[in-house]
Design a protein around this ligand. Sequence first.
Ligand SMILES: NC(=O)c1ccc[n+]([C@@H]2O[C@H](COP(=O)([O-])OP(=O)(O)OC[C@H]3O[C@@H](n4cnc5c(N)ncnc54)[C@H](OP(=O)(O)O)[C@@H]3O)[C@@H](O)[C@H]2O)c1
Length: 327
Amino acid sequence: MEEYKVPRRRLYDKDTIPAIGMGTFGSDKYGPGQVAQAVYGGIRAGYRLIDCAAVYQNEDKIGEALERVIAEGSVEREDLFIASKVWNDMHGEGKVAESCEKSLRDLHLSYLDLYFIHWPFPNYHAPGCDGDSRNPDSRPFSVEEFMDTWRQCERLVEEGKVRHIGMSNMTVKKMEAVLPHCRIRPAALEMELHPGFQQPELFTYAQEHDIVPIGYCPLGSPSRPERDRTTEDVADMEMPEIVEIARRHGIHPALVCLKWAVARGQVPIPFSVNPEQYVENLRCIAQDPLTEEEMEQIRRADRGCRLIKGQVFLWPGAKGWEELWDM
Ligand SMILES: NC(=O)c1ccc[n+]([C@@H]2O[C@H](COP(=O)([O-])OP(=O)(O)OC[C@H]3O[C@@H](n4cnc5c(N)ncnc54)[C@H](OP(=O)(O)O)[C@@H]3O)[C@@H](O)[C@H]2O)c1
């Protein structure tokens, strides 16, 4: 396959990150082998950023794919940008290093390019649980607890285990509370971003602080697990504005979401195990750009519709998922 060079974005320290990456959460629908095969094919097609996480339970299979694609000479390790995340049950003292070591072992790597705190609290649910499940040990966000976890991430940078560290599922209020205490700044902020949920305040906050916004669920996550669905949810690829622009360009609505994301300034990480889809997702960002009017039309189409509400992370007595997001 002809090699495609992905454009890159600058991080605060002048290092760069690919402008688009591949997601690896199988949504309880696609097994580790299928996701790993997509990573293998994706890298061969030109993907360089791969968004992994311990909780996706597929890093060992992805590690085999990485080893294979590097051994075959399709790519050098230094040209890849591999991200992983510490899960909520591994925030305690000494646990972050243990979690990172496991991800490194599973991914067959000696360092990660980016390591995220997946959620800003130690509240966790069992993989595959339903939307009503609650953990009695769950508790609200605490700056002290978060910073204890962040300090452990900073140590990983100092030890050369990870090159950059990042935060995920934050709010402006939480960022304002923790940023002044960081010895090593977050290079990236992973957050839900799609046309129906643009988070303009948090997005602008990240940009103003030289933190690259990485957009998850960039297509509106049509295959997300049942526990993350409600009847009010907007389907981005069916939004009239997106459908109309797609028709005008003669492309699938998925590609409109990705062109918009990259032109706006976030790094989308679409998931697909279908080679036709993941190749077009990657390539579309460099062709046939949206017009300024179309970008403005999408900006106005924001529905403020959060899909990943996180209700399974709520603590006993919490009123609703909005509390997780300081609303
Ligand atoms: N930090 C966090 O807390 C967090 C949370 C959620 C997600 N993430 C990351 O973000 C990644 C992306 O989010 P996501 O997987 O939830 O959702 P997504 O990328 O918005 O949607 C993926 C789905 O879109 C469909 N699709 C992909 N390409 C397409 C195309 N070209 N044409 C038509 N349909 C297409 C596929 O649906 P079908 O399966 O139906 O074909 C695919 O499963 C995840 O994999 C994960 O790495 C991070």
